[in-house]
Design a protein. Structure first.
Length: 447
């Protein structure tokens, strides 16, 4: 049945002050009477809801809703009456802290508009994940999303994705203000220089406090974190442990105690944990054995005794455990050789050079880089080792073809043959040097 219409003159007289144009009424197919009826109906709902909200707000803290009231409001969210659905939602939302567990429970079997309203309720609270209520709501949505393939799980996943993207942008802005950069860079990892993408470093230059790092949990794409210096404490570890993409973690010259390391028991599974120059000793064996390290555990310059090392190794079956006392030579070699590619630190000070081939450490032969690393691991910072090495030099350097005069008569192939003969007249020397080992340092990219 079509809506009742009225003459346009009456519409002009009665409704002109309230309409955008008379044409709107002629073309909309809705009469002025029905327009005002709908307007009044919506206004009545809004006034009623507002009055109810003020009443609820005025209730004393002792007048908390009962479980039956929460359940009744949830039931009314599926009512056929729009005003009843709206009112139930408003009353339910007014007590959000107490309502969260009821919403979580109800969502298990809710469908249709009831599920929509409960999801809207939880997502609106989860949008502020730093508040206790927001954290609870976010965790609830995350739990629902774990079902993976159900329609509710997929909706929860979408909500988490939206919240995560927004919080990631806010987190990056926050870190930028704190002069903390996420960028690609080289790191010394165990005994190798490695190029790491999107790495996060927090060290003594960090101007903020641990609470400023609460945003780290939203940086899901960061896999490598280096924490260095006295500003690293248990709260910093707690925030880093919430980074779900974390795979490799370095703790360098920190003042962390054994009890502080407990914060890392909540970290995701790690491919690598390095603890470098730390005062922890045998008392740390228990907590170290409980950390979620699945790949390499590297302790460099700690106070573990040989007995502590053996006990820890027996309790972390399947983990590649490496212990070194902390003395650092400062050379880089290929894995299959001991020919020096890069020389810095103690080695450079002592006089070792690039292309020297290390033969022995304290008269113990070394053939590949792992042999060298294993022998050096026995020594602490400040201790001296004697390195025997072979140095190759060429007393005669034949010039490149480009450096020869234009009137050179020898053919090109003859020049190459002559160059080869002269260069084979190399000079090989076996030398020894005492080297006082230093502290581990990052090897510059251009060395």
């Amino acid at each position: 049945m079509s809506p009742k219409t009225i003459p346009i003159d009456e519409c002009r007289r009665d409704c002109a002050p309230h309409c955008d144009s008379q044409r709107r009424h002629r073309t909309s197919g809705v009469s002025c009477n029905s327009f005002w009826q709908n307007t009044c109906r919506l206004l009545a709902i809004a006034l009623f809801a507002s009055a109810t909200a003020r009443t609820v707000s005025a209730q004393s803290e002792s007048e908390k809703p009962t479980a039956q009231q929460f359940e009744a409001w949830i039931s009314d969210m599926a009512s056929e009456d729009y005003s009843q659905r709206q009112l139930a939602t408003i009353l339910f939302t007014r007590h959000k802290a107490e309502a969260i567990p009821f919403a979580i429970l109800a969502l298990e079997n809710a469908s249709g508009e009831k599920a929509d309203r409960l999801f809207q309720f939880l997502s609106s609270i989860a949008a502020d994940p730093y508040s206790p209520d927001g954290d609870n709501a976010y965790n609830a949505i995350e739990k629902i999303s774990a079902a993976r393939t159900t329609s509710k799980a997929m909706r929860a996943q979408k909500i988490l994705e939206v919240i995560g993207d927004e919080q990631k942008e806010l987190s990056l802005d926050r870190l930028e203000r704190l002069q903390v950069e996420l960028r690609d860079r080289y790191f010394q990892i165990i005994s190798t220089r490695v190029y790491v993408r999107n790495a996060l470093v927090i060290d003594a230059t960090f101007p903020g406090t641990a609470s400023d790092l609460e945003c780290l949990k939203w940086l899901t794409e960061v896999e490598f974190v280096k924490l260095e210096g006295p500003k690293i404490n248990r709260e910093v570890l707690r925030h880093v442990a919430k980074m779900r993409g974390l795979k490799r973690l370095q703790l360098v010259q920190t003042d962390l105690r054994v009890e502080d390391l407990e914060a890392l028991t909540d970290a995701p599974d790690l491919d690598l944990l390095e603890i470098i120059y730390s005062s922890i000793g045998d008392e740390a064996v228990d907590v170290l054995s409980r950390l979620p390290v699945l790949g390499d555990l590297y302790l460099f310059g700690t106070n573990l005794t040989q007995q502590g090392q053996q006990e820890l190794k027996s309790r972390i079956d399947g983990v590649d455990f490496v212990f070194a006392r902390g003395g650092f030579l400062g050379v880089q070699c290929q894995a299959t050789s001991v020919i020096i590619d890069v020389v810095t630190g103690a080695a450079e000070i002592a006089g070792l050079r690039r292309n020297d081939r290390i033969r022995r450490i304290n008269n113990i032969p070394v053939v590949v880089f792992e042999d060298l690393r294993r022998e050096l691991a026995k020594f602490a910072v400040g201790e001296q080792v004697v390195i025997e090495f072979e140095r190759v030099s060429y007393p005669f350097e034949f010039p490149d073809k480009s450096e020869l005069p234009d009137d050179t008569k020898l053919p090109a192939d003859e020049l190459e043959r002559l160059r080869g003969r002269l260069q084979r007249r190399e000079k090989r020397e076996t030398l020894t040097l005492p080297v006082t080992l230093g502290k581990r340092q990052e090897i510059p990219r251009d060395r």
